[in-house]
Write a protein that binds this ligand. Structure first.
Ligand code: MV4
Length: 492
């Protein structure tokens, strides 16, 4: 086992990794940008190294600065968390070249799975059903149009170098194809430096289900159950749970088997996730995420396995401490992501300084959080602040504990996704487990009558206060640019 781990990330996941290192007796090195000087992960690590200015490109994506920080502090391993450089094969190689163990899959596996049509070809060769569509990335908009036309709308355009919905466009009307191809290519070029796209038949309504797997350096692969992640907005997940409400034992075994075959076919080592769509009892492979995922705690809750210490042990060359037959999944777990987004304004990122914070606790409740009073929520990064995870003997108990946890939670100073979660946990379709990828657009925002009165009151107070602030500053005297009324705000 190594002695000192550099955590190439920020926020709640950096804290999660620091905790795992502590549990293993490993020293920790945090890194931070100028926007994160006062962040919790910096204070919780043994040491911290400044990377650079706030923009990710100059800090958390700065490979040279990260490798240099590891060298200067004598770290012998690097944990990338999720996002940032976690699926970047060049970063894994740069770590290896500097004599650092990268806590993640081999660069070769990352590269193959990162090119999403290569991953689709790999799935096909491994006998895993994929969504109908292209098996080769295209850079020519005319060729893309022809292929999309042949598939027939609805289709979805996806960035070949992307994943997770970035650069993704759903095309329901062929007349919009050209415009959407252009905008998807632009977004893909901007986000990944690669404009190439592929096109798939758009399947709906579907459940979005992913399978957690772990693989060691000795070639053993074990799957640890699935997570339903259908509740998303702007391709950001809001709620995840395990087991998936619509997943029966037969399809669960098939999904697990498919995930293991994908892991073996790609030469995977460490923790990974295979994403699928389930439509009418049939499943289709989407992509493999070659990293730890945000929602890993729900799998930890039902399996009792600490995935982050396991990642570190695997990276150190230790064999998996269990075989498939040892895996017992107990009860049900659900996660609500608390992000600095305004659920009443289409989940646009919200800015602010955290005032009062109260985070929940008690039986069956876990919180992975980067919150503290006085935190200035940076707008440069992902808006995730905290994750609340509830575990129970069955789904009803997990949901009940989540309701209790959300009632206890207070995050003052910034709009958060909490009102959405409180809504969903009381909403009949969600309670029945009868939801799919259309859930958020079909149910949110609800009519004001369906909102809890305290939510309407809070929105009204917030609107009045923000109007007062604006009135005292630079608003035109005729009030022409004043904000919507409190009631309109509440209704949105
Ligand atoms: C799809 C799909 C339907 N058909 N692909 C979203 C992120 C990602 N990794 C894959 N995603 C999807 N890919 C095909 N061919 C549906 C989703 C999807 C989704 C789409 C719209 C709104 C919410 C969604 C939630 C989960 C998955």
């Amino acid at each position: 086992m190594f002695k000192k781990v550099l955590i190439a990330n920020r926020g709640e996941i950096a804290i999660r990794v620091i905790r795992a290192c502590r549990d293993l007796g490993l020293a920790t090195v945090a890194v931070y940008s100028d926007a994160d000087r006062a962040a919790l992960h910096v204070r919780l690590a043994d040491e911290a190294v400044r990377l650079g200015p706030a923009p990710s490109s100059e800090s958390y994506l700065n490979v040279a600065a990260l490798v240099d920080a590891a060298r200067r502090t004598g770290a012998d391993a690097v944990h990338p968390g999720y996002g940032f450089l976690s699926e970047n094969a060049a970063f894994a190689e740069a770590c290896a070249a500097a004599g650092l163990v990268f806590v993640g899959p081999p660069a070769r596996a990352m590269r193959e799975l990162g090119e999403k049509t290569a991953a689709r070809r790999l799935a096909r060769e491994a006998g895993v059903p994929t969504t109908p569509g292209l098996m080769q990335a295209l850079e020519d908009p005319l060729e893309l149009r022809r292929q999309a036309h042949d598939l027939g709308v609805p289709v979805v355009l996806k960035a070949a170098a992307g994943g997770g919905g970035k650069g993704m466009r759903i095309v329901r009307d062929e007349a919009q194809l050209d415009v959407l191809i252009r905008s998807a290519m632009g977004e893909a070029r901007g986000a990944f430096g690669d404009a190439s796209l592929y096109v798939e038949k758009y399947l709906e309504p579907a459940r979005h289900v992913e399978v957690q797997f772990v693989a060691d350096t000795q070639g053993r692969v074990v799957w640890l159950g699935e997570r339903d992640c259908s509740v998303q907005r702007r391709h950001q997940k809001l709620i995840e749970e395990t087991p998936g409400p619509g997943v029966d034992e037969r399809i669960r075994e098939q999904l697990g088997d498919a995930a293991v075959r994908l892991a073996r076919a790609s030469g995977y080592v460490n923790a990974g996730t295979a994403e699928f769509l389930i439509v009418n009892g049939a499943f289709y492979f989407l992509e493999v995420n070659a990293r730890l995922q945000v929602e890993h705690p729900v799998t930890e809750a039902v399996t009792g396995i600490d995935l982050v210490t396991l990642q570190l042990r695997i990276a150190a060359g230790e064999p998996l401490p269990f075989v498939q037959g040892d895996i017992v999944r107990r009860g049900h777990a659900i996660e609500c992501r608390i992000s600095a987004e305004d659920p009443y304004r289409d989940f646009i990122p919200a800015a602010g300084t955290i005032g009062f914070v109260r985070e929940p606790a008690g039986p069956g409740v876990r919180v992975d959080s980067s919150l503290y009073p006085g935190l200035r929520v940076p707008t440069e990064y992902d808006p995730l602040l905290s994750k609340v995870i509830a575990h129970g003997r069955d789904r009803a108990e997990a949901l009940s504990r989540m309701r209790r946890a959300l009632r206890e939670t207070v995050v003052a100073g910034v709009r958060t996704t909490i009102p959405f979660h409180q809504f969903a946990l009381e909403e009949p379709d969600f309670i029945a487990g009868a939801y799919d990828t259309d859930y958020v657009s079909a149910h949110w925002p609800p009519a004001a009558a369906a909102l809890p009165p305290e939510t309407v009151a809070a929105a009204a107070i917030a609107a009045v206060m923000s109007r007062r602030r604006h009135a005292a500053s630079a608003e035109p005297a005729d009030g022409s640019s004043w904000r919507r009324s409190a009631r309109e705000d509440a209704l949105r």
